[in-house]
Design a protein around this ligand. Sequence first.
Ligand code: UD1
Length: 366
Amino acid sequence: MYSTVHVVGARPNFMKVTPVMDALRSLPDIKQTLVHTGQHYDENMSRVFFVQLGLQEPDVNLGVGSGSHAAQVANVMLRFEELVLARRPDLVLVYGDVNSTVAAALVCAKLGIKVAHVEAGLRSADRSMPEEINRLLTDRLADVLFTPSVDGNENLVREGIPAGRIHLVGNVMIDTLVRLLPKADELWEDLSRRLQIDRQSYVLVTLHRPSNVDDPQTLGRIVDTLVSLPGRLPIVFPVHPRTRARLAALERSGGADRIRFLDPLGYLEFLSLQRRSLMVITDSGGIQEETTFLGVPCITVRKNTERPVTVQVGTNHLVGDDMDLLRSTYDAIRSHGGKKGAVPILWDGKAGARIAAVIGDLAHAG
Ligand code: UD1
């Protein structure tokens, strides 16, 4: 029996692990254990995803919760090390670029346990982002690197990672999207009634990057820009916990009644809203990819992206912190529909199966 451990911790990890676990289930003699670090713990940041994605309950929850970056990483390391020592898995799979990802990879590297990184090779070249540090370190430590797009391979080779460790498999998040789009569609009627929105007549917004939301002045400037966008289109804004407290003050200052502030939404509800929005304004990594797949114009409020394929091939526009550029891009999309875009290669719903095939070979090789 070849034993694997999957480590997830934060919201964007859950849609990435599901297709990999599903695909591995079809191989004989592979044991799978799912570990949740507990980095995200709210019902609507974690549990709802397990239910909607059909992801099994975690076998173990390390319960680390929130804290400073050092505390979060250290707590995952301490608790995960015990688990790894007790179980001695053959392979540990880590996902994306969150603190739980780098913490688990570091534990394994020190103990001589093989690590596979799903979503390897992405680079923003911006080390002020915590995720960029997590990506660089995790890829350095990983034995097997699964990339979602060709730029990932190029970055890794440039950094001196041996080509034999790198596997271009495509985008696992898109696997989940493809599978669940029909279910998401079923929710549209209800959502449109509840939020009083019509298809392609509203803007969907998410913001949670520390660089956009931690400083009240910066967040205020973005919200003021959103409120003043021409056309009176409703703005639907599900609010991440990091953003919630800072927004409360702004909401009270008035002028924001055009924006429908909501609690964080489930996966299916959010997907349904993305698909029918006129455009999405965001600073998320995953949403840049989902809008590219869906062909929905996306304005990204960041100076750079670790997902350049969404700009070069897809529907993504980077505007940085330039609010005039945000406004003019919004106007251009409203009048001409924005970039048409195409779907990057291997974003076809089969990335999980490609990963399972590689792991099957590893297991076979012993
Ligand atoms: C984390 C990831 C980020 C990812 C994001 C998606 C890192 C470095 N960052 O950022 O890459 O895009 O998740 O959501 O790993 N909180 C709650 N309930 C929860 C979780 C968090 O209230 O279930 C609050 C806590 O007050 C916490 C804050 O949100 O301090 C931020 O959470 P944290 O996990 O530190 O980082 P995120 O901003 O969510």
